[in-house]
Design a protein around this ligand. Structure first.
Ligand SMILES: Cc1cc2nc3c(=O)[nH]c(=O)nc-3n(C[C@H](O)[C@H](O)[C@H](O)COP(=O)(O)OP(=O)(O)OC[C@H]3O[C@@H](n4cnc5c(N)ncnc54)[C@H](O)[C@@H]3O)c2cc1C
Ligand code: SF4
Length: 502
């Protein structure tokens, strides 16, 4: 029986983040562990309410009240088991998920602060490692069927683990030199240190999953060859087509990059340094992969922009501006617009924002300014209003509001336009829809029989929790397609959307 008064006795508390002055001198994670006393106290705040809306907020259907109570009573082994029943990789979501479950926590209804669900999750995930490691599950007798998973992000890896545990032979093909998708080189170490990925990969390998890195499917191996080798194929290639702004004057200047170009290169430098390997110091256009001493302008307001901000500070930028087209969001939930338990539009402050830099809202870039040698020296911006008319976005600059910001390095973090156009698509006979994503039938198959899709490639750029949920669901569909015995869990169907009021 949970403690019905826990939330009356304890305030919501998170562990203190490492001091800014210390953490920007290294690439280690921002949050230290909470410690057992704090996390048991916080888990005690869970009321185990009659209808736990947090379940619906979490695409994985994590059994949040169950494991909160197990943590409260110190039953760590059972908590580890309960959490892994629905989530293959809680060490990723516990660190990185924006926690839509917390927006749906019933405590939020009465004006209380939600339970620190995500922090409890990461503490359970880390307890699993501390208490004997991520032991591989015994693999059942082989079904004799084999599956190719293309792409090794959280969607592909969740599917691979589910299918291997059901007895299928699984090979993950990844064009990069390391497994992990965006977790590996997209997301910086200060949000996710890479030993968490490596530990999980060791578990998957011990469960029989084969990994092939440096294989660009559609180029190094054709779709036809892959289909001949395997009984089913899962495409989990992500949504990595970065949005650009080719019409903005000065876009071709040196020093103006896609954010992911800079971010991935910077994360590779960190990875190489950790392994004692040399790493390239410049991008293909000769620009140093370093913001040291530079004025940096980041265009965009999401995860990618915040990650660029944290990287720029750790590289020693002279100053950073982060530009957003939209006005500053409210600081608390607007109940008219986004009633509980939906995900509210509010100002999101990432740890990177307390490390410095200036956020500028409701502005649009008018021009990237040339220093006379083909290198950017500034960004001319104007204040704008944004409205929707007939489904289109109309951006209007306010006359006389233009000004110039200094900029030696400009990073475009303005979103993604779906999965990349690449040879693999035509070879498998699948197409991108108007959003650049690949549609799935209700059984997760694409237009091509036996070819399934999951994660960002299906949903468009989204979240790790959705990628894992879709990977699990697609694995269940593949298991059934292959005539596997029994059902695997399928937390979502392809049409599932986040909780919304309209
Ligand atoms: C900078 C950044 C920060 C983010 N931060 C967060 C966060 O804090 N929290 C959160 O929840 N989400 C975050 N996200 C979103 C999250 O990373 C993605 O939603 C998630 O990784 C999608 O998983 P996926 O498996 O679908 O695809 P991905 O992780 O994109 O993996 C796709 C993989 O497919 C491989 N691939 C593509 N084509 C081929 C081919 N032809 N052959 C072989 N391999 C191929 C790619 O190399 C890649 O490794 C962030 C995204 C970015 C860009
Ligand atoms: S995965 Fe995300 S939504 Fe689900 S319980 Fe964890 S933090 Fe909440």
């Amino acid at each position: 029986m949970p403690d019905p008064n826990g939330f009356l006795r304890y305030e919501r508390r998170l562990p203190a983040r490492r001091p800014v002055a210390v953490r920007i001198t290294d690439w280690r994670e921002v949050y230290p562990p909470a410690g057992e006393e704090l996390i048991r106290e916080q888990a005690t705040r869970c009321m185990d309410c009659g209808i736990p809306f947090c379940h619906d907020g979490c695409p994985l259907g994590n059994r949040i009240p169950d494991w909160n109570d197990l943590v409260r009573t110190g039953s760590w082994d059972l908590a580890v088991e309960s959490l892994h029943a629905t989530n293959n990789f809680p060490e990723f979501t516990g660190r990185l998920c924006p926690a839509p479950c917390e927006a749906a926590c019933v405590l939020g209804l009465g004006g209380q602060q939600p339970v620190t669900i995500k922090q409890v999750e990461v503490e359970i995930a880390d307890a699993a490692v501390a208490r004997g490691g991520l032991n591989p599950r015994p693999v059942p007798a082989s079904t004799g069927r084999s599956v190719a998973v293309v792409g090794s992000g959280p969607a592909g890896l969740a599917a691979a683990q589910q299918l291997a545990r059901a007895g299928h032979a699984v090979t993950v093909y990844e064009r990069d030199d390391a497994i992990g998708g965006l977790l590996r080189y997209g997301i910086p170490d200060f949000k996710l240190e890479k030993q968490h990925i490596d530990r999980r990969l060791a578990q998957l390998a011990a469960e029989g999953v084969q990994f092939r890195t440096g294989v660009n499917v559609g180029v190094d191996v054709t779709a036809e060859e892959l289909r001949a080798r395997h009984d089913a194929v899962l495409l989990a290639c992500g949504a990595l087509q970065g949005r650009d702004t080719p019409e903005t004057p000065g876009r071709p200047l040196r020093g103006v990059h896609q954010a992911m170009t800079h971010l991935v290169a910077a994360n590779r430098v960190v990875a190489a340094a950790g392994d004692g390997r040399p790493a390239p110091a410049v991008l293909p256009d000769g620009t140093p992969i370093d913001a040291a001493g530079k004025h940096v302008v980041i265009i965009g307001g999401g995860d990618t922009a915040a990650d660029c901000l944290g990287v720029a500070h750790r590289q020693g930028a002279a100053g950073v501006h982060q530009l957003d087209l939209y006005p500053e969001p409210p600081h608390g939930r607007d109940a008219e617009r986004d009633p509980w338990p939906t995900w509210p539009w509010v100002l999101r402050n990432y740890p990177a924002h307390e490390e410095g830099g200036e956020r500028v809202f409701a502005v649009a870039v008018q021009e990237f300014v040339d220093d006379g040698t083909g290198q950017v020296k500034g960004v001319r911006i104007a204040e704008v209003t944004v409205e929707r008319r007939d489904g289109r976005r109309i951006v209007t600059a306010l006359p006389g509001s233009e000004r110039e910001l200094p900029a030696d390095l400009v990073l475009l973090a303005i979103g993604f336009e779906g999965t990349e156009e690449q040879p693999l698509l035509a070879q498998f006979g699948v197409t991108r829809n108007a959003r650049g994503a690949v549609d799935a039938r209700p059984d997760w198959q694409t237009d091509a029989d036996g070819v399934f899709v999951a994660g960002d490639m299906h949903r468009g750029a989204s979240l790790i929790v959705w990628a894992i949920a879709e990977g699990r669901a697609a694995a269940a569909a593949i298991h059934s397609y292959l005539g596997g015995v029994g059902d695997l869990p399928a937390p979502v169907d392809p049409a599932r959307q986040p909780l919304a009021a309209r």
